[in-house]
Design a protein around this ligand. Sequence first.
Ligand SMILES: C[S@@+](CC[C@H](N)C(=O)[O-])C[C@H]1O[C@@H](n2cnc3c(N)ncnc32)[C@H](O)[C@@H]1O
Length: 242
Amino acid sequence: MSRPWPCPSPEVHRNAAVVILRLPPPPSSHRNEDAVKHSVFARVYPRLATWAEAAGAAEHRRELLAGATGRVIEIGAGHGANFPHYPATVTEVLAVEPEPTLRARAERAARSAPIPVTVADGTAEALPTAGSSFDVAVTSLVLCSVRDVPTALAEIRRVLREDGELRFYEHIRSHDRHFARYQRFADVLWPHFSGGCHLVRPTDETIAESGFTVTEARYLRFPAPAVPMSPHVLGRARITGD
Ligand SMILES: C[S@@+](CC[C@H](N)C(=O)[O-])C[C@H]1O[C@@H](n2cnc3c(N)ncnc32)[C@H](O)[C@@H]1O
């Protein structure tokens, strides 16, 4: 029986499906799903961070880490900006960093850290360590960039001891809806220039909804002139008991 054009026969459909299935995957899925590589950002970020340290971030990092004790896991350690601020009560730090250029710089920074720091490759979504083995987990300016925040927080819960503590210093979606709208607008392009960082994550709320009880949260604007990433939270949380 002849078919009216353009309706192809079932055989043509079958052949087309086979061809589509055999096409190479799109460029993004050529990469290892866990790979984090932002070469340009990795070169620029340490310079920006040096400026930010002098403008007040160093003080925030000290506040973040003050009183931490025992074994610490730092997730997304970058080039190691937190390392100089660990107090002597910390016995060791496992610093996990997936981006190769930043990890190499973190390894250099670890050599002059005041406490023993081991730098490891790995992502927040699959921390390269055993469960229930850390007293403190630290995230600073990281949960804005990880691909899967709930999985990252579940991983943090897994590696923390029952009475362990999460210390966080993160920029967040503003609680002011007008400012949040400005952030949403900026977030269209921002991640392309900032290593995949997003401006509109309500990280403070997500932590509280992910099996943690927030025990301290200080909200601040940094830097003070309102750039889209100014709204920050500096806080502490414990695993919520049964
Ligand atoms: C803005 S930098 C912050 C670095 C450092 N924590 C600091 O306070 O300066 C964001 C960091 O998150 C890291 N990162 C991105 N995706 C990640 C992931 N899935 N798991 C762990 N770290 C990640 C980046 O490689 C980068 O080091």
